[in-house]
Design a protein around this ligand. Structure first.
Ligand code: ADP
Ligand code: MG
Length: 695
């Protein structure tokens, strides 16, 4: 670690430390109350903060400011305005008002809204989220904001996340009161592990499919894949090591606590994990991390691929969402040291189990995208069925609780809920289950379904809201109970009994599990088109409404946006495939055949006795594949010219999923087979080996 790390850490962030140092103390106290307790910020205070913030930002090289927000699709958006304010006499001053800090008005009409703004005027506004610090990036002061319509509907991913954090805080605070603890708020914490690929810029530039769609639409699997298992945690390529070192520096400057980095299972795949933070900050940081990964890679002659499945046949990329709850520094998913703490731990643990079971479909929908469809259920990533892994020991404890029997720990001590202390569970070292989509890892849960390119706000919004609802029900049941301890213990027992079908410690990749899951009545939503409509199931609409996270209209618009997005992505992929096949691959095969035919003719011209057996065989194979490619192109083209109308977004997405995707598959199979027959210098696309095993 370079000596200056301590100095650069957070140097581009207008954080609490800077605020305390630079703001008048009364202003600091007001802003602190806003940050900590959500007290509204008045304009007077905002004016002072804005002015100080501007001076600080100018010192850091900023000339512009931008409201940085998270629209429904795409990652982040920013529109830059300069601080410049001309005085009319040919000179200008640098100005930034409180109003500009707390509210902005981007032209919202081009952002997806799922019809929310179709009738009303296409205006929206951005509002500062003071719980996430402003920062300077590329000469602009970036202000993290929420994005809403003028009628108050959320048009972004941050707003519902903040609402869900509020909901879970409220309910968890109430729960803790039953346990005799008085805290101001409970915070959901998130630590995302980001996976990504790095390939050479020159290979990338020659792959139209990667450039346009983020994934390879063609490409035969390489002779060597990841079977030797030499890449995981292997030594870093010097080029990659240099990239990671610079990325760390950039992230630290922005106060992003990048912590671990290593090679992942697939060749050319890597991972970065930061130290966890409050959910909204961690997600802001993750979005910035993705942006910086792309930028820094460029400077090293590399391209960072964040797509869930850039290469077929090798592992895809996910983003494990480590999640827990924190009350004044106490991790609520950490087993306790006293019987009462155990009961508290079991209450929160049980609440998560119940929430994930009850709202498994909504959780599945929160990670449903066309990119993630290539990953989930693919025997390398979690299956599309949601289940929870708790490990053998905790599993046995929960079994004992559910069956009213005593649990004998490995240490031979008997555990009686509410009387004894739970053993400390080994922290997922040995019996860690990689096939589970939702795993308890000692003191937090790890949701492994989210894809690498996603904004984690959706998944965490659902998780927070669902758990908040169960906690709310718990509180309602405890109200007025004379003996809280036995009432809570009974609630834990009954709730585990009702939801134990979601617990599964076995191998999630097997066909037996699929059958077993069906017997248990668990959802198996195989793709985004099956999963997304679940957002509108009555119980899910009711949940979001009751917890004040999303109105039915907001939820509907989100479902609409995701379905539209699905179709748009597939549309682009199909057209890109057609273009590449017709304009590059088929001509390459024809060229190659021409050359082979010419060679054969020339050989025959020399002597009819010379064998042209190999030419004949090669020609007939390549010709067959070319016919197959051509036929597949025609079929795909035909399908693409008969798309159902856009207004029925579900039918359109279904058409892409069930008609277009299989046709794309067929085209790819023909082309990939052709690739291994056609001379290397004829084939226009760099192959998988070249891309994945560069030096
Ligand atoms: P791995 O899963 O690779 O073994 P760790 O378990 O050390 O790695 O942590 C993975 C991620 O989980 C890190 O980003 C870490 O900060 C985060 N994490 C650890 N504790 C919590 C917590 N209480 N809440 C949320 N995230 C956490
Ligand atoms: Mg992990």
């Amino acid at each position: 670690m370079p000596a200056n790390t301590k100095e650069i850490y957070g140097s581009m962030v207008f954080n609490e430390h800077v605020m305390k140092e630079r703001l008048p103390s009364a202003t600091y106290r007001s802003i602190k109350a806003t940050i900590d307790d959500g007290k509204p910020l008045d304009l007077e205070v905002a004016n002072v903060v804005a002015s100080v913030m501007k001076d600080w930002a100018i010192e850091k090289g900023a000339t512009h400011y931008t409201h940085w927000f998270q629209p429904l699709t795409g990652i982040t958006s920013e529109k830059h305005d300069s601080f410049l304010s001309p005085l009319g006499d040919g000179t200008a001053i640098m100005e930034f008002k409180g109003k500009e800090l707390i509210q902005g008005e981007p032209d919202a009409s081009s952002f997806p809204s799922g019809g929310l703004r179709a009738t009303a005027e296409a205006r929206g506004y951005t509002a500062w989220d003071p719980t996430s610090f402003a920062f300077v990036k590329d000469g602009a002061l970036c202000i993290p904001t929420a994005f809403c319509s003028y009628t108050g509907e959320a048009l972004d991913k941050k707003t519902p996340l903040l609402r869900s954090m509020k909901a879970i805080s409220q309910e968890a605070v109430k729960v803790l009161r039953f346990f005799g603890k008085h805290v101001e708020q409970v915070i959901s914490t998130v630590g995302p592990e980001q996976e990504y690929f790095l390939i050479r810029k020159e290979d990338y530039a020659r792959r139209e499919d990667l450039v346009v769609t983020g994934r390879t639409l063609f490409g035969h699997s390489p002779a060597k894949g990841q079977e030797l298992e030499e890449h995981y945690f292997g030594a870093l390529r010097p080029q990659v090591a240099a990239f990671m070192a610079e990325l760390d520096q950039e992230l630290w400057r922005l106060g992003i606590p990048a912590k671990t980095k290593h090679n992942e299972a697939a060749p050319a795949q890597h991972e970065l994990a930061p130290i966890f933070d409050t959910a909204n900050k961690a997600i802001d940081y993750n979005l910035l991390t993705m942006e910086l990964m792309r930028k820094v890679a460029e400077r090293h002659g590399l391209v960072c691929l964040l797509h869930e499945k850039p290469f077929e046949g090798v592992n895809g990329s996910g983003k494990h969402d480590n999640w827990s709850l924190s009350a004044g520094g106490e991790n609520l998913l950490d087993p306790g040291d006293t019987p009462m703490d155990n009961l508290q731990f079991l209450t929160f643990l049980t609440a998560v189990i119940a929430a994930v079971d009850e709202y498994q479909d909504l959780l599945r929908a929160s990670v449903a995208t066309p990119g993630n469809d290539h990953r989930l259920g693919g025997n390398e990533a979690p299956p599309a069925i949601i289940s929870i892994f708790v490990g053998d020991e905790l599993g046995a404890i929960l079994d004992a609780i559910a069956s009213d029997s005593t649990y004998t720990a490995k240490s031979e001590s008997k555990i009686d809920l509410g009387v004894d202390v739970l053993p400390v569970f080994p922290k997922d070292t040995t019996d860690r289950n990689r096939t589970s989509p939702f795993a308890f890892t000692g003191n937090k849960f790890e949701f492994r379904m989210p894809g690498s390119s996603m904004n984690l706000a959706d998944a965490n919004t659902v998780l927070n809201t669902a758990v908040a609802k169960v906690l709310k029900d718990f509180c309602a049941e405890m109200e007025g109970q004379e003996d809280f301890t036995s009432a809570a213990a009974k609630w834990v027992r009954d709730t585990i009994r009702a939801h134990r079908r979601i617990l599964f410690n076995g191998d999630g990749y097997t066909a037996e599990w699929e059958a077993e899951a069906e017997r248990r009545g668990l959802f198996n939503l195989r793709n985004a088109v099956e999963a997304l409509p679940r957002m509108l199931a009555e119980k899910n609409i009711a949940l979001m409404q009751e917890m004040n996270v999303l109105t039915p209209v907001e939820l509907q618009s989100r479902c609409e946006v995701e379905l539209e997005h699905y179709s748009k992505v597939l549309n682009i992929e199909a057209l890109t495939m057609l273009g590449i096949a017709r304009r590059s691959l088929i001509p390459a095969a024809l060229d190659f055949m021409g050359s082979v035919a010419k060679t054969a003719a020339r050989k025959k011209a020399v002597s009819s006795a010379i064998s042209i057996h190999s030419e004949e065989q090669i020609l007939s194979s390549v010709s067959r594949d070319t016919d197959l490619m051509n036929d597949a192109c025609n079929r795909l083209d035909d399908l693409m010219s008969h798309l159902p109308p856009k207004r029925d977004s579900l039918a359109l997405a279904g058409y892409f999923c069930h008609q277009v995707l299989p046709a794309m598959r067929e085209l790819r199979n023909a082309a990939d087979h052709c690739e291994i027959l056609v001379g290397k210098e004829y084939w226009p696309l760099p192959n998988y080996s070249e891309m994945l095993f560069y030096v």
